[in-house]
Unconditional design. Structure first.
Length: 95
């Protein structure tokens, strides 16, 4: 899979340490909802609505494979075309 995003060294390290593969991060960006994270950054996370859209577009199998990341509140922080970090939030970021 060719990525349209550049991963910072920090994002690569966090992706490995937190077991959030790059493909998952990009799905979160593509289908998740975003909010301003300050300093020009955007924070992306999956919501119930975005999971419905993912299921509609990609099918139930992929949505079921992604759902554990949503359940753990995975999110991605992006500045421009660079993924800065990936992590799990203790609480859902968006409703």
């Amino acid at each position: 899979m060719n990525s349209s995003y550049i991963y910072t060294r920090h994002a690569n390290e966090r992706s490995t340490a937190r077991t959030i593969p790059p493909m998952i991060a990009e799905i979160i960006i593509e289908y998740g909802e975003s909010r301003d994270a300050g300093d020009g950054a955007r924070k992306y996370a999956l919501t119930k609505r975005s999971m419905c859209e993912l299921r509609r577009v990609a099918g139930r199998g992929l949505a079921n494979a992604i759902n554990p990341y949503r359940n753990r509140n995975a999110y991605v922080v992006v500045i421009g075309g660079r993924i800065v970090t990936v992590a799990y939030a203790s609480n859902p970021l968006f409703n």
